[in-house]
Write a protein that binds this ligand. Sequence first.
Ligand code: GAR
Length: 214
Amino acid sequence: MKNIVILISGRGSNMEAMLEAKMPCRIAAVISNKVDAKGLETARAHGISTAVVAHAEHASRELFDAALAAEIDRHAPDLVVLAGFMRILGEAFVRRYHGRLMNIHPSLLPAFPGLHTHRRALEAGCRIHGCTVHFVTPALDNGPVVIQAAVPVYPDDSENVLAARVLAQEHIAYPQAVRWLVEGRLTLGPDGRVRLDGERHEPGALLSPLPDAH
Ligand code: GAR
């Protein structure tokens, strides 16, 4: 059975969705860069081993990344899952986990990389918004798309209401992507493109609306 390590910085609801998704893998550890991340309590309540690698205790990004990698590698993971992990990781770190590092971002990338995605989608007048699961490459919030899920934006939406609508899709999309990877169905090809069941998979899977929905 494959091992995964989940990295969080806060609430940990995507992590919790994975703990509850009963995926065919072992969640070897949950690691946070913040000692007070609420998700750490949730992980412990599920009997998952936790660790903290505090960025504030490291003098540089390189030292932090190296300490984080050392903690991750203790578990020899097949996949490292960024689930609301809010530190930018350096190029050496990203290359170390090439093809086994995934992230979820709360927008339909390449729209709205970075922070405050829901506010920016509302301000831009988008009628469609959503989330993206992607393999991580050195560019921020970029990399080959595995799954995107779209949601409508309604005229009277607040930032919080829209965020909750997207989050509900995140909790479906991310466990699905991880399941594909740990089942050996999803890989990042040498050409940098996503493959599902050996087929070139471009663009990534569309989760919502389903491709055959009318
Ligand atoms: C999620 O919405 C995730 O997409 C976002 O942070 C939130 C974490 O929530 N990630 C990013 O913005 C990464 N650029 P959670 O801790 O409840 O999973």
